[in-house]
Design a protein around this ligand. Sequence first.
Ligand code: BGC
Length: 766
Amino acid sequence: MTKRMLLAAGLLALPLVGGCDGPHQEKQATPAATTPAEADRPWLDAKLQASQRVDLVLAAMTQEEKLRLVFGYFASRQSDRPDFVRPPESREGSAGYIPGIPRLGIPALWETDAGVGVATQGNAETFRERTALPSGMATAATWDPAIAYAGGAMIGDEARRSGFNVLLAGGVNLVREPRNGRNFEYGGEDPLLAGVMVGEQIRGIQSQRIISTIKHFAYNDQESGRHILNVELDEAAARMSDLLAFEFAIERSNPGSVMCAYNRVGGTYACENDWLLNDVLKRDWSYPGFVMSDWGAVHSTDKAANAGLDQQSAYTFDKQPFFGKPLADAVAAGRVPQARLDDMARRILTAMFTHGVVDHPVAEQAETIDFAAHAQVTRTDAERGAVLLRNQGMLPLAATTKRIVVIGGHADKGVLSGGGSSQVYPVGGRAVQGLEPATWPGPVIYFPSSPLEELRKLMPEADIRFVDGTDPDAAAKAARESDVAIIFATQWTSESQDFELTLPDGQDGLIAKVANANPRTAVVLQTGGPVLMPWLDTVDAVLEAWYPGTAGGEAIARLLTGAANPSGRLPVTFPASLDQLPRPTLDKPQKVDGKEQLFDVRYQEGAAVGYRWFEAKGLKPLFPFGHGLSYTDFTFGDLAATATGSSLTVRVTVRNEGARSGISVPQLYIGPVAGGWEAPRRLGGWQTVQLEPGASATVDIAVDPRLLATYDTQAREWRIAAGDYRVQIAASSGVEPAQEQVVTLTGATLPVTYDAPAQVPPATGR
Ligand code: BGC
């Protein structure tokens, strides 16, 4: 049996406590002896399998109770719906609430956004101060599944202590559009990297006996017109790209819920898309959990219910309550079969029993959180995920550096975060006041972790000045008077809008002027994703720190001074110009009489997303996927690839040739010698290896056979063509491979239902 079949049959609960060390492990629950309550309510017996428990409780449920489970409320105030009164039992300032069934011992579902930490919705009177990880993009840039897992476990712990048992996390939309305002929430452009990293974060969250979603299913790859746009993408290409990212993440983590997206797919809204929900997710992938709608993504009752939507979220975001009474009527009239309603309830209950939500109730009152321990988790993630893009020798800063000027980016106060529903309010309050936009999708929030202060702590002998960068001449003068200049350049991005790739507020001009005054200039970027860098050749160093989370200032200072050695690698291609993109002009809705018109976005690049597009077209990006420098040097040797039928494993030796401890990320790229894929090569796997100076290690990388295949829509199978394949080990997609070997595969087919072997690999790559 595959893992998927075991899961579907309720025979395999993924480990509640994950396979890696982290500060948040709970002891495995010892099932208590049967209590009198359980005698009446046998589904509360934790010794039974989830599927048995669901059968028992479903049989005891009334129709009204089933309907209650599939209908959600918003849990905050909604400025456009002053008539809406949130249910008093919901947790104010959060995203959603589904009432429980107390007589059956079924708890309510308290939902909060949690892409990078426990978020707060809307109004500042109800915010909760919590730890924020760096952006999803930053975590993906660590290429270390153990980091993603630890971050997920941290969020899960804070959520549980805050009274939440469903986390709206697990964003895995691929970066097809570098201008997408939500790229910071996601895992980059490669289906394997994104699937593994996001899957591990979900596993970490669910290790705390909490349900996580994965979202937004599918193709919600830009924010412009997200409620109405229609994506056209060939099915085979989708199975090899966007859907594959979901498939990898889901089979690795079994998220309790899948959140369907706002947009349309092949002409039909994602939340009423029979092909997407019933065929791909529930049939081909045997997904046992429930589909919840995004907030305002439901457009029908019968169509949505029959197409596989299991729960309408926060109904006030939709035109009307499509579930609730309309669903009751549709079932009574036979337009939605009773069996479908039972299946909806079954799926929700399956997630609740499987992930421990019933057996381990979350806190009623907020509990104490170990913020000091969590600061370590987020700082490590930020340190590991920052990518040193360029270094002509200025970094790490020499301990003897006397005069340093730090310029701009509110670096004296804190670090930037991304906006929208994933916004976390930091412990200690907002570091910078008065920024625009102040309301949705703002406020713009800087976390109170000042890189300047941290730098001063690490370099007490140096004279470190700050100028705010609003006057480029003053900044240039300060740079001229200093040994080195460090400019903090920022771009705030957010949900609900897209952004140009140009740094805002004239920062390009500021950087050019400062670099002209002093070529020993380093730029620290805090951006959601790629930006253009017209000044690149004039500066000495560039560190991409993304949105680095609530301990980001500390992480940046440690990287600049060499207290930590940069180890991030780009999970996304940085284009050199917009005309290199598959869609140089962003598709946006047209307005007629003030009303936005439906429109199509055609993914003509098919499965050639990101680096695959660049390589297929022979384009040279600004910085390639996989790129990232270190303060030490690594070499790769002794490549040995073993191919048997459709299976490919690779062994390589990595050596640290430099004088510092550091982390290497050997990347495996594969491609058929005869061509025939959407691009010359794909990422087949990688490892992250920490090595002391002079040390070496041998690592193994196993390639998932779907990454050797193309998908055949007619035959509904994966096809691995017989023939020769190039196997390359490289430091990034942009450099000559250090090692290469040609192997012969005999060819094979795999059914569309193929999934990974039953054992989830350990969370650590080391
Ligand atoms: C976002 C989701 C989020 C939901 C609830 C929507 O606007 O697209 O990602 O989980 O709101 O806040």
